[in-house]
Write a protein that binds this ligand. Structure first.
Ligand code: DGL
Length: 272
């Protein structure tokens, strides 16, 4: 018998998300909220994390592998849920590949609107802060503001080891955040997707005295806009599927994913 299998329509293809590790799961959550019918494939390159202190070339070639992996999974749009990769490589990828990309960047503009003291702190990776892209954002939005930038050395590693609430996390955050608060900073931009996992410790260290800006919801809105604009959004009767892939420790990934999603999912350890 010659049976025809149903064809996957464009709208049923998954949206891809990747990060150097588990940090981008914060973006995954926001995308789920705004796009409840979308299937998502999430790729975490935890074995090679952190990207923030690697050479630009290494961050670029690792990211290219992640993209190729997601393209093999037939993803229709890719969300780069990593400030570092967005800062150093999104322009390359936009000219290299045909599919749409959404990136994430330190949200200086919304912070400027929120701040009363007009003194803003930005916590991000070295590569993000040193990038041309960040310098351009800075030039565009920092007029009239005093901006204190601080590389978050060691913070991504703490999250990847699931020690985000440890004494060491508290010590590092105290060292990074108190000096800027002493200068009058009232708004803090989280310029790395791993940092929302440190939220509890950040709030303790800052005694809830700063407004924290995390652009994950803006990224999800942009993903939604693009899916609609390119006619790629899944129909409201589409039953979404969630597949996670990690190059790192499966148990650690599972703990973070369980914290993020309550519906069934699959998780695979992969070597790419
Ligand atoms: N989540 C990545 C970011 O947003 C972490 C970067 C890293 O791997 O150092 O920048």
């Amino acid at each position: 018998m010659n049976m025809k299998l149903p064809q996957k329509t464009t709208e049923d293809r998954p949206t891809g998300i990747f990060d150097s590790g588990v940090g981008g799961l914060c973006v995954f959550s926001e995308i789920r909220k705004r796009l409840p019918h979308e299937s998502i494939h999430y790729f975490a390159d935890s074995r090679n994390c952190p990207y923030g202190s690697k050479t630009k070339e290494d961050a670029l070639s690792l990211s290219r592998k992640n993209i190729e992996f997601l393209l093999k999974q037939d993803c229709k749009l890719i969300v780069i849920a990593c400030n570092t990769v967005t800062a150093v490589a999104i322009d390359h990828f936009r000219s290299e590949y045909k599919i749409p990309f959404v990136g994430i960047e330190p949200a200086l503009k919304p912070a400027a609107l929120q701040s009363k003291t007009k003194k803003i702190g930005i916590l991000a990776t070295e590569n993000t802060l040193n990038s041309r892209r960040f310098k351009q954002t800075f030039e565009k939005y920092a007029t009239g503001l005093e901006v204190f930038v601080q590389p978050g050395y060691g913070l991504v590693e703490l999250v990847e080891r699931r020690t985000q609430n440890s004494d060491q996390a508290r010590r590092l955050l105290t060292r990074y955040l108190l000096p800027m608060m002493d200068k009058g900073v009232d708004t803090l931009v989280l310029g790395c997707t791993h940092y929302p996992f440190l939220m509890e410790t950040i709030k303790k260290v800052t005694k809830n005295r700063v407004t924290i800006i995390d652009p994950a919801d803006a990224v999800a809105n942009q993903a939604k806009r693009l899916l609609i604009q390119f006619n790629l959004a899944s129909k409201t009767n589409h039953h979404p599927l969630f597949h996670f892939f990690t190059t790192g420790d499966k148990k650690i990934a599972q703990t973070f994913i369980d914290h993020t999603i309550k519906t069934p999912y699959s998780l695979k350890q992969v070597d790419i």
